[in-house]
Design a protein around this ligand. Structure first.
Ligand code: PGA
Length: 257
């Protein structure tokens, strides 16, 4: 199984600060043995410049992801950037459906579904985010909530495409940026459930191959415990990805898992 640790910077870091952070991560990776794939998702305006910097990096490289892309193709859509534009700028991955996009920027399930389709059609790796709010967890309805998000966004994807370019991130909303983390057991239970849905959508051979990342206050002190879950194949890291030492420690925890 592939393992992935991805850093979601959100709207943080100026361009030079981000470049320093990527340099520090790349230098750290050269000293760490391991197979975890490492991704960072900086603010969109820096992506093309970072993509050309990164062409000269060493063996264990840092890949770039965008934090969103347009649901549409090219056209008169002021302010939008398409999945193909990302690819043409040297970016090969995109995060879609993050709860902050859904909650603050009106991304409904149909919009998320279109964005996932656009990303995959442009040959990007899509890191699809799902996860329930606190009220839903309190009512014990989290599985139904996450299942609906998965089925709505992923039902039209061909198994071969899912096998090669789909990654799922489970991010319970109540754990994002709150310091509160799902317990290792809560994370594994949900990841195992997500795996059953992926098996149902794509066939069990393919479902077993799709990495499922945990996100929500994952940090050096809890990463090893979270990554010990059989269906926890890495993390999507917010706050702790803004500091090279913390991010490298989380990557090391994934390598060791
Ligand atoms: P956090 O964010 O690690 O700061 O909780 C995770 C995310 O939103 O991807």
């Amino acid at each position: 199984m592939r393992k992935i640790v991805a850093g979601n910077w959100k709207s943080q870091k100026l361009m030079d600060e981000g470049r320093e952070l990527i340099d520090a991560i790349a230098q750290g990776l050269n000293k760490q043995q391991g197979k975890t794939e490492v991704v960072v998702a900086p603010p969109a305006p820096y992506l093309a410049a970072y993509a050309s910097d990164l062409q000269v990096e060493g063996d264990r490289h840092v890949a770039l992801a965008a934090q969103t892309c347009s649901a549409h193709g090219p056209g008169a859509h002021t302010g939008e950037f398409t999945a193909e534009m990302l690819r043409s700028a040297g970016v090969h991955q995109v995060i879609i459906g993050h709860s902050e996009r859904r909650e603050r920027f009106g991304e409904t399930d149909p919009i998320v579904q279109s964005k996932v389709a656009a990303g995959l059609a442009a040959d990007l790796q899509v890191i699809f985010c799902c996860g329930e709010p606190l009220e839903v967890r309190k009512q014990g309805e989290e599985n139904a909530w996450v299942e609906a998000q998965l089925r709505s966004a992923l039902s039209e994807i061909a198994p071969a495409v899912a096998a090669s370019r789909l990654v799922v991130a489970y991010e319970p909303i109540w754990a994002i940026g709150t310091g509160e983390t799902a317990t290792a057991e809560q994370a594994q239970d949900m990841h195992a459930f997500i795996r059953t849905i992926l098996n149902d959508l794509f066939g069990s051979g393919t479902g077993a191959e799709i990495p499922i990342l945990y996100g929500g206050s994952c940090k050096p002190s809890n990463a090893a415990e979270l990554f010990a879950g059989a269906d926890v194949n890495g993390g999507l890291i917010g706050g702790a990805s803004l500091n090279a030492e913390d991010f490298l420690a989380i990557i090391a925890a994934s390598d060791a898992a």
